[in-house]
Design a protein around this ligand. Structure first.
Ligand code: HEM
Length: 400
């Protein structure tokens, strides 16, 4: 156990500590006892809910365009690295495409994809949840959304991993392998877009919608479409994977809570919200102060990289009474797991649907499960990915 996890006092390095990430809520509470803004390893960290909301809602003071996410890509991450006023143009175009009504059309396909995954392991009575469900599901959904064949899943997973889980023993090697993957992804999507442009048939997918969309009378360029697809890969795959991992790790270890879902599946939508709040799989986002500013009386100098702790804001008892209790029926539940302000998650409806369907279909078929004996879960910091999540359960037909 690391010092930051063990300590009763607040330790700045805890934000990047994987032991803390396994059980972050007490650490967040220690940070909040220090003030609204605390020191982190890479700069100030905003930890109280009101201050987190302030930063997210003031992009003119806290820019996300200046946040260097240097993954070697040659196009900006649209719309995340775009500040106002241009940001609004992109969201106006993208919001209807990701609206609940559009996303609901995917429900039958996502239900089928989840069940196909479960079919693959249910008879064995065990699964490596990450490899067999949490990792492939969001990528398979993404291919469906973009209109690419499922046969490309392995290629797609390897390109995604090149960016999000790069190999390499030092920073130079890691960045070099990310650059190769970034180039591969850009070329892949540029090719797909060109092919789609050349084809006479419009298809029922978002790439076809992008091709006919306009901002101020101008069609999106190939570079813009590639920039959007690139951000979807960064923002929409591991986030869902990590949420699934955090949710199922929690439920595997809390049989009473799991029983509530099995007995009354109508609480699945509120369960999704509550576990997003409690687990906060995306622990934080980053901004850059564009001038010397104050956050809740704390001076922050121009150019500082400001960490915005979504995880801490979500358990702030001053803003949400009972925040330290997990209540799967909580309603309303105004959590910030999808961020806030103008950059609030574009894919929240899609993410919610994937999580809801996975919980529903899994618990219909596998109501009782637990961590494989001897498992010690290892969580990454930042995005709370779990390295390995082996689950065991009674295989159908194995009882009685
Ligand atoms: C449970 C899963 C997800 C979580 C927890 C999550 C969380 C977040 C958060 C916290 C932000 C704000 C980033 C910031 O302010 O810097 C964000 C933005 C974003 N997310 Fe998600 N996300 C999830 C799934 C998805 C999915 C499935 C997509 C697919 C399209 C997606 C696309 C985006 C985009 C494009 C943005 C940037 C929006 C903008 O800048 O206007 N996300 N997400």
């Amino acid at each position: 156990m690391s010092q930051a996890q063990e300590s009763e006092v607040f330790e700045p390095e805890g934000f990047m500590d994987s032991d803390v990430s396994a059980n972050p809520q007490p650490y967040y509470r220690r940070a909040q006892a220090e003030g609204a803004v605390v020191a982190g390893t890479f700069g100030p960290q905003v930890v109280r809910r009101s201050a987190v909301e302030y930063v997210l809602q003031h992009p003119e003071e806290f820019s996300s365009a200046m946040q260097a996410v240097d993954l070697g890509q040659s196009v900006p991450l649209i719309p995340l690295q775009v500040d106002p006023p241009n940001h609004r143009n992109y969201r106006r175009l993208l919001d209807p495409i990701f609206a609940p009504r559009q996303m609901n059309l995917l429900e039958p396909d996502i239900t089928r994809l989840v069940n196909e995954r479960i079919d693959g392991f249910i008879d064995t009575g065990r699964c490596e949840f990450s490899d067999e469900l949490a990792v492939p599901l969001p990528s398979a959904v993404f291919l469906r959304l973009v209109g690419l064949p499922l046969s490309q899943l392995d290629l797609f997973l390897s390109m995604k991993d090149g960016i999000l889980r790069p190999s390499g023993s030092d920073l130079d090697e890691i960045q070099a392998s990310q650059k190769v993957a970034a180039r591969q992804i850009e070329e892949y999507f540029a090719e797909v877009v060109k092919e789609r442009k050349a084809s006479a048939d419009a298809q029922d997918d978002i790439l076809s919608l992008f091709l006919t969309s306009e901002i101020d009378g101008q069609r999106l360029t190939v570079d813009e479409i590639v920039g959007i697809c690139f951000l979807f890969i960064l923002a929409g795959l591991d986030t869902v994977t990590d949420s699934l991992e955090c949710f199922f790790a929690y439920l595997a270890q809390h049989p009473d809570q799991r029983r509530r879902i099995v007995d009354d599946p109508s609480i699945i939508p509120s369960t999704v919200e509550e576990l997003l709040r409690w687990e906060s799989p995306v622990t934080a986002v980053a901004r850059t102060a564009v001038a010397d500013v104050e956050i809740d009386g704390c001076p922050v100098s121009k150019g500082s990289s400001v960490g915005v702790s979504i995880g801490a804001a979500n358990i702030d008892e001053d803003a949400l009474p009972g925040a330290f209790t997990v209540d799967l029926a909580r309603n309303p539940n105004k959590h910030l797991a999808f961020g806030g302000g103008i950059h609030r998650c574009l894919g929240s409806h899609l993410a919610r649907m994937e999580l809801r369907i996975a919980l529903r279909e899994w618990h219909l078929r596998i109501p009782d499960y637990s961590l494989a004996p001897g498992t010690e879960l290892v969580y990454q910091a930042g995005l709370r990915q779990i390295d390995s999540l082996p689950l065991v359960f009674a295989a159908p037909g194995s009882q009685g």
